[in-house]
Design a protein. Structure first.
Length: 504
């Protein structure tokens, strides 16, 4: 929020802030909109930024972006508090719309503003929280954990009442990498922090997030209890975006209970809320779930259309892992149809193998052994099993052999990451891509190449590992899965292999 900038406090801006604290977002928006017209100078600009913040919280993300941009256009060149506040919140609104490149650009501009000598140091926390959210959207899990820990430390100094936000971000990042118990512990800490701060909106959002975790781990009764409590708050306060999330999760629970009619109803309710607020990625997620329901109800054409639309949206927003996960699901949905239409088998193989390779490669990006193990067990291994199964059903012995060779190649320690002394990051300089470590010498690389058993030891110890190499397979020396790897890298926009080549 931008309220309160100036030597004297504005009663109108204070009243709007108080309405927000008690969860009355519509009243807060009314007050700020009125203040835009009645206040003068910086206070009018503060009111416009605050109105944009509330608009975004209400789920009207496109309107919020327009308001932030209007405020930025009207600001003087030197606005050490208002400009970074507007840019940070603009980044968050663009994330909701799925414009991750635009969100990154806004965060870079905010970082440049906060590098000025007279920039308010307390805004460092808000910048870190927004940067963490962006990393989560981009599925950069290790970076998100790093940023969340940094923002938790910043909260202790600048915003102790806001500690629930980095705690919830830590919960989200750990949950997505399979560390579910740790994630629930962080979510519980976030809930306690918001409760202690009297933040009813934070309590409701965290309750809903915890319900999502329960639903994804199959604890539907616990999830429903939490969802109903949070849904009451969001319906009463008119927060369309969060209400849409609630309907989506209730639809998912109904789908898992095979109540397909109720699931479709809930998904339609969720989709209406997301489309109203312009939440493109969330709307796409709902369409993906609706496709699953359509397949289960034997409406295959409807399901195929929904999946195609969802994949096009994910690809258009650069979400390669979303595309890989969707292709994995799509491949699994085709198996019951193979008996009636054997021609689908080729398509199933084409979906399953590149998706499995992309999902498997993610574990090499994770920072420690436990995260790699849980990612493999819960995400990569199921995808690889589907790839193996379709290769078997297709009778493709060459593909099966190559999958086996690449699965058994082992892992290489990343010497650069072991030996390097962690550099002290400059203030807020956390959005630059990480530099690649220097490659080890050939002799060291050969000496530290591990077989499958020792690779598991390295992973369990938390040793950093390098991306997997290509495998040259005897007797002809062909590179295993070379065409599939190239297809996956092109399809998902991610590097899957190191340039090294090892022999099987």
């Amino acid at each position: 929020m931008a309220s309160g900038a100036g030597p004297e406090e504005s009663p109108a801006l204070r009243a709007g802030a108080e309405a927000m604290v008690r969860g009355d977002l519509r009243e807060a928006l009314r007050i700020f909109d009125a203040a835009v017209l009645t206040e003068r100078g910086d206070y009018a600009l503060c009111a416009l930024v605050d109105a944009a913040c509330v608009t975004d919280q209400l789920g009207e993300h496109a309107e919020a972006v327009a308001r932030f941009r209007e405020a930025l256009a009207r600001m003087p060149d030197h606005a050490p508090r208002m400009r970074p506040v507007a840019l940070i919140n603009l980044s968050q609104a663009l994330q909701h719309l799925g414009d991750l490149d635009g969100a990154q650009d806004a965060m870079e501009r905010a970082r440049a503003e906060l590098a000025a000598p007279d920039a308010p140091v307390d805004l460092r926390f808000a910048g870190l929280v927004s940067a963490t959210a962006l990393a989560l959207h981009r599925q950069q899990w290790s970076r998100a954990i790093e940023l969340a820990n940094e923002s938790l430390s910043a909260a202790e100094h600048y915003a102790p009442a806001q500690a629930g936000h980095p705690l919830m971000n830590l919960a989200a990042a750990h949950f997505e990498t399979g560390r579910w118990e740790l994630a629930e512990d962080f979510a519980g800490q976030a809930l306690a922090a918001f409760s202690a701060a009297g933040d009813s909106s934070g309590v409701a959002e965290t309750t809903q997030n915890l319900a999502i975790m329960h639903s994804r781990s199959g604890r539907f009764d616990e999830a429903e209890r939490l969802l109903l409590a949070a849904q009451k708050y969001f319906d009463e306060t008119g927060v369309a975006y969060r209400a849409g999330i609630g309907w989506k999760i209730m639809g998912f629970i109904a789908e898992q209970r095979t109540d397909l009619n109720l699931a479709e109803t809930r998904y339609r309710q969720a989709l209406a809320h997301f489309e109203e607020s312009g939440a493109v990625i969330d709307a796409t997620d709902v369409r993906t779930r609706s496709a699953m329901v359509a397949f289960a109800a034997h409406r295959y054409a409807d399901g195929e259309r929904a999946l195609a639309d969802a994949r096009a949206t994910y690809a258009g927003h650069g979400l390669g892992l979303h595309c890989a996960q969707l292709d994995h699901w799509h491949a699994g949905l085709l198996e019951p149809l193979l008996e009636a239409d054997p021609a689908l088998l080729h398509r199933a193989v084409d979906l399953a193998v590149p998706a499995a390779l992309a999902l498997d490669a993610v574990r090499y990006e994770l920072p420690d052994g436990p995260q790699r193990e849980t990612w493999s067990r819960r995400i990569a291994d199921p995808a690889l099993r589907v790839a193996f199964r379709y290769a078997y059903l297709a009778g493709d012995a060459h593909l099966i052999a190559d999958l086996i060779e690449t699965s058994c190649v082992g892992t290489t320690l990343d010497i650069g990451r072991i030996a390097a002394t962690p550099a002290q990051a400059p203030h807020l300089n956390l959005l630059e891509p990480m530099a690649a470590p220097p490659p080890p010498t050939a002799a060291i690389a050969d000496a530290l190449h591990l077989g499958s058993a020792l690779a598991a030891v390295a992973a369990g110890a938390g040793l950093p590992v390098a991306p997997p190499p290509y495998v040259a397979v005897a007797p002809d020396g062909h590179l295993a899965l070379a065409a599939w790897i190239a297809a996956a890298e092109q399809r998902y926009g991610r590097r899957l292999r190191d340039e090294r080549v090892v022999r099987s």
